[in-house]
Design a protein around this ligand. Structure first.
Ligand code: PLP
Length: 381
């Protein structure tokens, strides 16, 4: 059966270069990086080399990169430890964040550790920066946690503006950059971010590995206790093959960034034009229809169909071999629907089916044509 993978915001296909690194390292570098013999030392060299490469791409220093099991752990690390070790009592976030952030701050609130303020967003999911500033009180230790690229609607945060606001008001700034790293560049010398979370499987790397950027002298301490790995900031034997593979993934992603960005932008733009022609009345959720204000990697469409037709459509797409998503992958099994869309869409639009299509360099225009033809044939109107 023909298959089309348009769910790259959920996870991406692992690049061949990355697979080569994994197999090479898993075969040839099985030593424990904490061991002092030659086997251990050669693994340690790989881990430290990966740290340097990742730091270089973000304009950070190597000691500011802490390897984690992925984006969820990096988010938890920054948020929980800011409260535990840095005296944060107020968390400012938005209702459009990933659950790795939202469920973490809700748990801290339930335990009476913090109060939460949610910054206002408009019907396009744009942050109200004036409201954000009004929430920052200089007499209270605050952590702002806002994502750089929204995983459902693709909106891009004005990270420089938020960083400057946080700096002015003495607040810490954590940024979930899981959908950003490997797709956009950032200069952490120029942008004021205290903590940042990234995940390799979103940029053609392996699952189960990511990293946290922790600004130098932040005072953050460990979330997990055990060995002295990661300078005591994250206990547990390093997944050397995954870390080295993440290095390859980030290196290839940034080497090829301009070319790949252009290719994927053209695909997204073509998709927008073709779906608009094929399904009159289709709308784009958040800013995802705006090529300048959203990530080039995804589009989220609201289709002018009934809820029942929507259910059948998702089945149909799957039967035709098309992988896409109705929310974030973590919610796909849930009946609750998207917490992001329910925050920004009208009641009427919430009844219509919304679908996220997300793209990578492994997709083609022919695949867009195929998906559009399936949608067009389905169109009951
Ligand atoms: C914005 C965002 N944050 C966090 C995560 C969680 O990352 P991981 O799957 O590496 O734990 C995801 C993945 O779905 C994401 O899209």
């Amino acid at each position: 059966m023909k298959t089309v993978y348009f769910d790259n915001a959920a996870t991406t296909q692992v690049r061949d270069e990355v697979i080569n690194t994994i197999t090479d390292v898993i075969k040839n570098n099985f030593g424990n990086p904490s061991s002092t013999h030659s086997f251990g030392r050669s693994s340690k060299v790989l881990v430290e080399q990966s740290r340097k490469t990742i730091a270089k791409h973000l304009h950070a220093t190597a000691s500011e990169i802490v390897f984690t099991s992925g984006g969820t752990e990096a988010d938890n690390f920054a948020i929980q430890c800011s409260v535990k070790h840095l005296g944060v009592t107020h968390i400012i976030t938005s209702r459009l964040e990933h659950h790795a952030v939202l469920h973490t701050v809700e748990e801290l609130e339930r335990n009476g550790r913090v109060r939460i303020s949610y910054v206002n967003v408009n019907s396009n999911g744009e942050i109200d920066y004036n409201h954000l500033e009004s929430l920052l009180h200089d007499d209270e230790k605050a952590l702002v946690s806002l994502m750089l690229v929204n995983n459902e609607i693709g909106n891009i945060l004005d990270v420089k503006r938020v960083g400057d606001l946080c700096k002015t008001h003495g607040a810490l700034f954590h940024c979930d950059a899981v959908q950003f790293v490997g797709h956009f560049k950032i200069d952490l010398q120029d942008v004021h971010v205290d903590f940042l979370a990234a995940s390799a499987h979103k940029f053609h790397g392996p699952k189960g590995v990511g990293f946290a950027y922790v600004r130098k002298n932040s005072g953050l301490k460990a979330l997990l206790f055990g060995g002295e790995q990661e300078r005591g900031l994250r206990a547990g034997t390093e997944a050397v093959h995954n870390i080295a593979a993440m290095e390859t993934a980030i290196q290839v992603a940034y080497d090829a960034l301009d070319e790949e960005r252009q290719y994927i932008t053209e695909l997204k733009s073509y998709f927008i034009v073709e779906i608009t022609k094929a399904i009159p009345g289709v709308t784009f959720n958040g800013l995802s229809g705006d090529l300048d204000k959203s990530t080039y990697t995804l589009v989220n469409v609201c289709l002018p169909f009934t809820a029942d037709q929507g259910q059948i459509l998702l089945f149909q797409l799957d039967l035709k071999g098309i992988a896409c998503s109705k929310g974030s992958a973590c919610q796909s099994g849930s009946l609750k629907g998207s917490h992001v869309l329910s925050e920004i869409l009208s009641e009427d639009d919430m009844k219509k089916p919304s679908i996220r299509f997300s793209f990578s360099i492994y997709n083609t225009k022919a695949e867009v044509d195929y998906v559009i033809s399936v949608l067009k044939a389905f169109n009951p109107n």
